[in-house]
Design a protein around this ligand. Sequence first.
Ligand code: ATR
Length: 268
Amino acid sequence: MTEWFEWRDAPAGDFAVLGDPVGHSLSPRMQSAAFAALGLSYRYHAIRVPEPELREAVDHLAGLGYRGLNATVPLKEAAFRWMSSGEELTRRIRAANTLRLENPDSINTDAPGILDVLNENQVGEGPILVLGAGGSSRAALVALASIDRKTAIWNRTRHRAFHLAEELQLPVEVVTTPTAQGFAAILNTTSASLKGERIGIDWFGAVSGALAFDFAYGPGPTPFMEDAAQSGLKAIDGRALLVAQGARSLEWWLGIEAPRSAMLQAVA
Ligand code: ATR
């Protein structure tokens, strides 16, 4: 568990992650390692903020001298409403995970972070299957559409998948059963792994070297990763995305390149 504060009791600082709950967040460890690697003495804290209090909390933190904030579940939509960015992907996702307090603005670094991870893992051409229809799925679908990648979506509750595709006005195929066949990558945006639950994926005919990318992470491989690896896929967890989005947040705040390997090491 990370040390965390209620927003009214927050100490002075420079950057912070806000969430509810927030004690599980690895961002303080990762961003502090980044600042140390850059020789900067910025302080990065974890602060609990109930969703209805986001505006009040952000004003309070600005008064304490904070320069930038990350927002995690369940605050990303409220963060976008706090100060909506004109940035294209952020506007489409309508959720932000990164806030700047001076010259206020908010952006979503999850979406480009997802593309960073796909690039780092040299995902082949070919369609991508997205599992889940919550906020993370939304970011993934918008990100993939921005690079014109053919995409399919599966969700346990099927109508939510239809609803999401329709709402985003994307030509996404909604599949009834999750099968790996033919996909260059499978992105698990569901919360199944967080609860130790398995998704009944048919791995038969999976493309050799395809990427199985779980947005969740835990102490060891997630159930989704175990199943994927057993079927010969390359399996990675959400730490890669944690670093990719966090590095982009830091770069947006400071305008300097983030030390990605130090950040990865801090959460490995
Ligand atoms: P987010 O954190 O991305 O905003 P959310 O809105 O909490 O996500 O949604 C969680 C997602 O995980 C949903 O797509 C949910 O499926 P349902 O819409 O059917 O509820 C999915 N999910 C959670 N547990 C799951 C499980 N055991 N198997 C498959 N999908 C699961």
